[in-house]
Design a protein around this ligand. Structure first.
Ligand code: ZN
Ligand code: ZN
Length: 347
């Protein structure tokens, strides 16, 4: 089969590799129908994630058809259409018992990281009963693909960890795919205002279409001052960091209102300066996390009910064999006006 294979920092190739086979009785092999590229894949290609070794097939998002299951798999059978979760969970360990699937002792984020991933014609999914979801009827597969990673990540680590409540003023710093997923799912809780902060006017315009009430271009004005001006000098109730650099974290900690919540979603490669000398007296909380995807069943129902349309995040479409071109576009997201790229096998 063909797959996108990591060859060390800066190196990748779409090439022939052996098709995956069942390894344990709890595995399934899934034929990929749709996959996509995540910002994390670009981090891996830069060499920021050294646990990923040469020869690894990348990708942790996908929709597919079950090809084969081990004798220990009871929820799925060949021919079933499934959503692949970016997080693998055994369902039995102490972390899984607390729904902290991100830290599963025999899973967590392993796809396209510690084991071969979804940017391929076929993928092996361990603990298939807990790590796959049946596709609901009548919902576009393009919408459901956004539930592998970005929607549960934005929802669990941004909206739920940030405790967004009706009427709240929420700032989302970063209007990339994760920021947009946070924007879409925050609206389930009816905040009073959602203020999107980014450097890219195109992305800010798009965020208004997706429900942002206000936008701040942090390249043109001081974002912290603008956030205070918009809130009568109080600050925001929830500040969600969706970039992963010191400057964006700083906007969050400087604009938070007393009693507010800072939810960090971004992947940080550098240390940030935490201003506890200002924050200690403000009764704020700061949360971090890797998605556990415990909210996936709820998000599946919300998408099925038509509460929001995550397929709107897809800006570009490619065939599986054009994987390298899809990477080219996604790597130049600003220039290409790309948000999420859909990569599909022939039907
Ligand atoms: Zn991802
Ligand atoms: Zn587990």
């Amino acid at each position: 089969m063909k797959a996108l294979v990591y060859g060390g920092p800066g190196q990748k190739e779409w090439k022939d590799v052996p098709r995956p086979e069942l390894d344990k009785q709890t595995d399934a092999v899934v034929r990929i129908l749709h996959t996509t590229i995540c910002g994390t894949d670009l981090h891996i290609l830069k060499g920021d994630v050294p646990a990923v070794t040469e020869g690894r097939i990348l990708g942790h998002e996908g929709i597919g058809i079950v090809e084969e299951v081990g004798s220990g798999v009871s929820n799925f059978k060949p021919g079933d259409r499934v959503l692949i979760s970016c997080v693998t969970s055994c369902g039995r360990c102490s972390y899984c018992k607390r729904q902290l699937y991100a830290h599963c002792e025999d899973g967590g984020w392993i796809l396209g990281h510690l084991i071969d991933g979804t940017q391929a014609e076929y993928v092996r999914i361990p603990h298939a009963d807990n790590s796959l979801y049946p596709l609901p009827e009548g919902v576009s597969e393009e919408a459901l693909l956004m539930l592998s990673d970005i929607l549960p990540t934005g929802f669990e680590i941004g909206v739920l960890a940030g405790q967004v409540k009706p009427g709240d003023t929420v700032a989302i710093v970063g209007a990339g795919p994760i920021g947009m997923a946070t924007l879409l799912t925050a609206q389930l809780y009816s905040p009073g205002r959602i203020i999107m902060v980014d450097l890219d006017p195109e992305r800010l315009a798009l965020s208004r279409q997706f429900g942002a009430t206000d936008t701040i271009n942090s390249g043109e004005e001081n974002a912290v001052e603008a956030l205070f001006a918009m809130t009568n000098g109080v600050g925001v109730d929830v500040a969600i960091e969706a970039v992963g650099i010191p400057a964006t974290f700083d906007i969050c900690q400087k604009s938070i209102a007393p009693g507010g919540h800072i939810a960090n979603v971004g992947v940080h490669g550098k240390s940030v300066e935490l201003h506890l000398e200002d924050l200690w007296i403000r009764n704020i909380t700061l949360t971090t996390g890797l998605v556990s995807t415990y909210s996936t069943p709820m998000l599946l129902q919300t998408v099925q009910s038509g509460a929001f349309h995550p397929e709107k995040l897809i800006t570009h479409r490619f065939a599986l064999e054009d994987m390298m071109q899809a990477y080219e576009v996604f790597s130049n997201a600003a220039k290409e006006k790309a948000m999420k790229v859909l990569i599909s096998a022939d039907a």
